[in-house]
Design a protein around this ligand. Structure first.
Ligand SMILES: Nc1ncnc2c1ncn2[C@@H]1O[C@H](COP(=O)(O)OP(=O)(O)OP(=O)(O)O)[C@@H](O)[C@H]1O
Length: 242
């Protein structure tokens, strides 16, 4: 199967302290891959090193066969990224930000349709900085999808969203997946992971404590639920039992 994302030997330290070490994995076309792990384990760092917004100490990254450092312009026409806090002008409306983003791409998706899909149809004329946290989060997902990307990176996909909004986001992403979108996400929510992810990687101490399908994670653990299996792989359930 065609590999959309290929990572080999990725390492990153901050001030001499290793965060990720010699990480290798790949994501196939049309797959949803979930990067999991405790706070501060290095999920965002890994995503940023993959995207080239942070420089890895070593390793190679290919997205759609392209190097995010040297072939950035060509690559980012086909890649969507959900930013946690995007940089946008102070007094800009939702529709203006969507229009500005649309102008940057050759084959953009209709932003009005995306706003509707993500429950923001009535916010077109609202100022971005007046949106609630959850509405902003959904707007950032919309912005990441406007390029009509082949692959999208979603860091902490539904953090801050209410129950209905989370379900809406899952449904929309499942539809996009059916149309072949490759999705790389990080999440702290195991219900979300079970619903969306074909494969997961659980980070611990700079490497993978587990990589494979959700079913494999559960089977390899002494537990029946993904959340318990996850805590077992990260070693966090032992602390709770002490
Ligand atoms: N620019 C930086 N300089 C120094 N240390 C950093 C920097 N960015 C992140 N770190 C440290 O690297 C580690 C990994 O951070 P990272 O944000 O990648 O974790 P994460 O898994 O995404 O966490 P969370 O689940 O809380 O979002 C943390 O210990 C963090 O303090």
């Amino acid at each position: 199967m065609e590999k959309t994302i290929q990572i080999s030997g990725l390492s990153k330290s901050y001030d001499g302290k290793k965060v990720i070490e010699n990480l290798s994995f790949s994501v196939a076309a049309g797959e949803v891959y979930g990067l999991l792990g405790a706070n501060g384990v290095g999920k965002s760092t890994t995503i940023e090193c993959i995207l080239g917004t942070k420089k890895a100490d070593s390793g190679t990254v290919r997205i759609l066969g392209l190097d995010p450092w040297t072939e950035r312009k060509q690559l980012f026409k086909q890649v969507g990224v959900q930013f946690q806090e995007a940089n946008y002008p102070d007094k800009i409306k939702v529709k203006e930000l969507c229009e500005e983003t649309t102008c940057l791409y050759r084959y953009p998706l209709a932003y009005k349709e995306l706003l509707h899909k993500f429950g923001l149809a009535d916010k077109e004329n609202a100022f971005v900085n007046e949106l609630s946290g959850g509405q902003k989060q959904r707007l950032f997902i919309v912005l990441s999808l406007i390029p009509n990307p082949r692959v999208v990176f979603l860091d902490e996909l539904t953090t801050g969203l209410d129950t209905k909004a989370r379900r809406g986001v899952w449904k929309s992403l499942q539809e996009l997946k059916k149309h072949g979108l490759t999705i790389f996400l990080s999440s702290h929510f195991m219900d979300e992971v079970e619903i969306l992810c074909d494969r997961i990687g659980i980070l611990k101490d700079g490497g993978f404590a587990f990589e494979g399908t959700v079913e494999e994670a559960v089977t390899l653990s002494p537990y029946e639920k993904l959340e318990d299996a996850y805590l077992w792989f990260t070693g966090e359930e032992e602390e709770d039992n002490e």
